[in-house]
Design a protein. Structure first.
Length: 189
């Protein structure tokens, strides 16, 4: 396991520009007790810091959007929708593991070191066909916006979840269908 998780979007770009891949890399900072993100799209690179509260809210919002936007889950019986979304999530995260490039992460991180970190106070995620716009806002009206595709939302959720687990933030309840099944009661109970 690496110290950072990276997602590279196959499509997407800021509004009004040619398609450019979005790259998102996360790592947990013990000193800051924050998840540090490095975001890039095209030539633009930004560094952000996410608090536990904001990560919980973002994970919950991502999960809701994924549940509502999944065509397969929409066709599944209500009792099985969470299972369908979980399977789609596992597939997207598995693809993330095969697309990670250490050289790309290092280049992104080096570029971000020259940029002051934005303490994120607001996250907006809105549908913007053919994908979604993720806007991370901070003090003074500063913001970072990425265009992401549906699968990228799964990858973003997976990367946030992994870093929250490293931070021991116990955010499993933010996305119930991500939580591992509870263990059966022991014979001694």
């Amino acid at each position: 396991m690496t110290d950072s998780d990276t997602s590279t979007a196959t499509e997407g770009s800021p509004t009004g520009t040619a398609a450019a891949a979005a790259t998102v890399s996360f790592a947990y900072s013990t000193a800051e007790d924050r998840i540090i993100g490095v975001l890039g799209q095209g030539e633009a690179v930004a560094r952000v810091m996410l608090t536990r509260r904001l990560v919980r809210q973002t994970m919950a919002r991502l999960a809701q959007l994924l549940e509502r936007s999944s065509p397969m889950a929409g066709r599944a019986p209500a009792a099985m929708r969470a299972d369908v979304v979980q399977i789609e999530h596992q597939s997207a995260v598995a693809q993330l593991a095969t697309r990670r490039g250490e050289a790309a992460v290092q280049a992104l991180n080096a570029a971000a070191r020259r940029t002051p970190a934005l303490l994120v106070t607001q996250v907006n995620l809105t549908p913007s066909p053919p994908g979604f716009l993720l806007m991370l806002g901070g003090a003074g009206g500063q913001s970072v916006t990425l265009r992401l595709q549906w699968r990228d939302l799964h990858r973003l959720l997976g990367a946030l979840r992994q870093q929250a687990r490293k931070a021991e933030w116990d955010l499993a309840d933010a996305v119930p269908w991500l939580a591992p099944p509870s263990e059966p009661p022991s014979a001694n109970s």
